[in-house]
Design a protein around this ligand. Structure first.
Ligand code: PLP
Ligand code: COI
Length: 367
């Protein structure tokens, strides 16, 4: 079944019998925020040991019946992805590097002992949902349709072992700005908690990682910060990543550094894309360790001129200040957006929106 191709899987289509009224939808699309609204349809595909992947549907967005013993509710066997559909300048709908999300989804599946979904089925599922719900594209400038593919174990069984049945779903949510504040630069809280340890699931996009990040995230919010920053588990010294974003640093010699993928960090697709774009610009990019103490020292001397966070939801977001619970706050550069950050963001967004050539072949046109 792992070799199943998209052409071998037939999606049945059932339009929503009572979609959200057009006036309600249009009002929502003018100011969608992030993750609050959901389009009319969803894709679902089932997996069982006997039948493999089967029963692919595009149908109404609806609640999912689950047995109370379903494995996901007890042992958190769940993985997800996040990617955006964009409307290109010429009106065509497009996805950005969907095969990279599909490949990462399968890497997560392997780590969580779940079945892999053929990459082209993953991409086809996203394409089908965008086709069904293209009217849900936000009207706010910079808007996109955020897609959330995910898979969970739905076998009713309480023994601890990989489940024998799973559901894959894709839902869509119109998206504007990820950060509510709309501030030009965000503020980070350095957590004493650990997100991921060597040998754990840090490199997988599984719900459990986010569950572990919620107390530190709530702590960051309650202290007035926008995101939590995690350090490594062993030494509590090396910068890893944020609750939902990767980190980049820009130095006064023009070079860039991002924490290396050590197995405890999510291999971000935005991260990988920005590394390529920075190298295209002739910038030196290092993937290496960077300690919180060095960061503070470099910010003080001015050797570090910019820092930014990146991810599908947050795109590229300047980091203005960092607060360490033990040593207090430090500010990066002017505390606002920097030039290199702005340039890389503009390059990425221009490609994603079809406003610039796509030398790496990242944009997949859907129409
Ligand atoms: N790190 C974490 C923990 C994330 O949740 C995300 C978001 O998906 C990222 C990094 C950035 O990954 P990507 O650029 O693929 O969205
Ligand atoms: C994304 O950027 O897609 C994420 O998953 C980050 C966050 C919404 C969890």
């Amino acid at each position: 079944m792992a070799t199943l191709a998209a052409s071998q899987i037939n999606f049945t289509h059932q339009p929503h019998p009572s979609p959200v009224p057009v006036d309600v939808r249009d009002a929502a699309l003018a100011d969608p925020g992030f993750g609050k609204l959901f389009s009319d349809h969803m894709v679902s595909i089932e997996w069982s040991e006997d039948a493999g992947w089967h029963n692919a549907q595009v149908g109404p967005l609806t609640a999912i019946p689950l047995h109370p013993a379903a494995s996901v509710l007890h042992y958190a066997q769940e993985i997800f992805e996040g990617l955006k559909a964009y409307r290109l300048q010429d009106g065509t709908m497009a996805l950005f590097r969907p095969h990279a999300n599909a490949a990462r989804f399968n890497a997560s599946a392997r780590r969580l002992a779940m079945p892999e979904l053929p990459e082209d089925v993953f991409v086809e599922a996203c394409r089908q949902l965008v086709a069904a719900d293209r009217d849900w594209f936000p009207t706010v400038p910079g808007g996109s349709l955020y897609l959330r593919p995910f898979m969970f174990a739905d076998e009713a069984f309480l023994g601890v072992r990989p489940a024998k049945s799973y559901k894959f779903l894709v839902i869509a949510s119109p998206a504007g700005n990820y950060f509510k504040s709309g501030a030009p630069a965000v503020s980070l809280w350095v957590s004493d908690y650990t997100r991921a340890a060597p040998g754990g699931t840090g490199a997988a996009k599984c719900g459990g990682n986010y569950a572990a990040s919620l107390v530190p995230t709530a702590e960051a919010f309650s202290r007035g910060h926008d995101q939590v920053l995690f350090l490594d588990a062993a030494e509590h010294k090396w910068v890893e990543e944020l609750g939902g974003m990767n980190m980049f640093f820009v130095f006064d010699d023009g070079s860039i550094l991002t924490p290396a993928l050590t197995g405890t960090i999510l291999p971000g697709i935005t991260r990988e894309s920005l590394i390529a774009l920075a190298r295209d610009e002739g910038l030196t990019v290092r993937e290496d360790r960077y300690s919180i103490d060095q960061w503070r020292a470099d910010a003080a001397t001015g050797r570090l001129v910019e820092a930014f966070a990146c991810g599908t939801a947050a795109v590229v977001t300047p980091v203005g200040r960092v607060t360490d619970p033990h040593q207090g706050e430090f500010v990066i550069g002017s505390g606002g957006p920097g030039q290199t950050t702005g340039k890389l963001k503009d390059r990425l967004v221009a490609i994603q929106r079809g406003a610039a050539p796509d030398p790496h072949g990242w944009v997949m046109r859907l129409d």
